[in-house]
Design a protein around this ligand. Structure first.
Ligand code: COA
Length: 373
């Protein structure tokens, strides 16, 4: 059976960014407009006044300082609080395709690969902008890749599930080189009017090239083992689907956007993920405390701190568990891949690290990797 490796990664970062201060200013302007417009109902006790958000709370509760977005103007407009992402004609490249292609090209260049070397494209992300044709097939076409492509969604764990799926195809001999692309436009599913969660997400795209070691460049990462887990939970949920329609204005439609019970998620997911990492490390004969670096899902600084502590047996520093959450926010499935992409070059040959995701489902994925050179 072939040894399977990660031979390249790529990242697309949108040009626009929103600081907590800017976000909170526009949210609070919306609150003021809403409360003024509904003053009589609020005074009569018919509805509750909306409460303002605070930049200090956001940074303290999440570790997020700013987030990149595909459209800033619509999000910071207090009369809208949703991105302007106009539909494009069918003849034009779709926005998710454009982002994905940019990240994919970087991963391919890093591995010294052309379209002719690649057999399949998996788009693994928490939201697809349309039902079909698959985003992966459009990206495949844009890159000029033969073979096949398909989309998959395991929310924040999509990328690690995609990596295992790609590795399985290579292991089975169905492909030798597979691109896993995660174009995350989370600003489209975030309820920017919800004080409890309006600060959480950001937009980005990542790509990972998974290959048979025999065709990989000298510089690559061996995949030592992967493990996936899902446990059903309603604590992170989005009921948007083809049987209903979402509207940022629809107060009655909050469940057609991202909703969560943040505290429950925190309490339930941290032990689940820490235990899963430790058990899988032991199965692979790796002392979890010897892991050189953890590239964790970037949802919340507190969750990452606790998970890293449980796995490493001590408080992890920024070198052991780097964060990109402060600048990128939670980018769903892309988070751990951004962390890996930006923070792997300084490791030495032989160093072992872990790419790990967790999120809605619940879902969690681990990918143990060893630097080859
Ligand atoms: N600005 C100011 N205050 C806010 C606020 C905001 N934007 N949002 C909530 N608050 C207030 C609440 O009203 C509450 O006030 P109270 O104590 O007077 O009732 C207080 O802050 C705490 O609110 P709570 O929602 O319990 O916050 P928290 O400390 O649990 O932090 C999360 C919220 C979401 C950051 C946290 O639960 C979390 O990180 N969960 C992990 C889940 C996650 O990140 N999921 C992403 C998908 S994987």
């Amino acid at each position: 059976m072939p040894d399977i490796v990660i031979s390249g990664t790529g990242l697309y970062t949108p040009s626009e960014s929103i600081s907590n201060k800017e976000l909170v200013e526009s949210f609070n302007a919306y609150v003021e407009i809403y409360n003024t417009e509904h003053a009589s109902q609020i005074a009569a006790g018919e509805i509750e006044a909306l409460q303002p958000s605070s930049a200090e709370f956001v940074e303290k509760a999440s570790g997020i300082k700013s987030r990149y977005v595909m459209n800033k103007a619509g999000i910071v407009d207090p009369h809208r609080l949703a991105p302007y992402l106009p539909e494009r004609p069918n003849e034009a490249q779709s926005i998710q395709c454009e982002m994905g292609v940019s990240a994919a090209r970087e991963a391919m260049a890093q591995a010294g690969k052309t379209a002719a070397d690649i057999d399949a494209v998996i788009v693994a992300a928490s939201n697809m902008q349309r039902a079909y044709p698959a985003m992966a097939v459009e990206i495949q076409d844009a890159l000029g890749i033969q073979g096949y492509g398909f989309d998959m969604n395991v929310a924040c764990s999509s990328a690690t599930f995609g990596i295992q799926t790609a590795a399985d195809y290579v292991r089975a001999g169905n492909a030798r080189s597979v691109l896993v692309v995660s174009p995350e436009i989370t600003s489209g599913h975030l309820n920017w009017r919800d004080r409890d969660s309006h600060f959480i997400f950001g937009d980005v795209a990542t790509a990972v090239l998974v290959e048979d070691e025999a065709m990989a460049p000298a510089q690559h990462w061996d995949i030592l083992g992967t493990k996936l887990k899902t446990v059903f939970s309603n604590n992170i949920r989005n009921n948007f689907g083809f049987l209903n329609r979402a509207s940022p204005e629809g107060v009655g439609q909050k469940d057609k956007l991202f909703v969560q019970e943040g505290r429950k998620v925190f309490k339930e997911v941290v032990p689940m993920v820490a235990t899963m990492i430790i058990e899988q490390a032991e199965r692979l004969g790796i002392d979890p405390q010897s892991l050189r670096r953890l590239w964790l899902h970037q949802a919340n600084a507190g969750m990452n701190r606790l998970i890293a502590h449980k796995v490493l047996g001590h408080e992890a520093d920024a070198d052991e568990s780097p964060t990109v959450l402060d600048r990128y926010g939670n980018t769903s499935s892309a988070g751990s891949i951004i962390a890996f992409h930006k923070h792997n070059e300084d490791l030495q040959a032989g160093d072992i690290g872990l790419i790990c995701s967790f999120g809605a489902g619940y879902s969690a994925g681990t990918v143990f990797v060893r630097k080859v050179c």
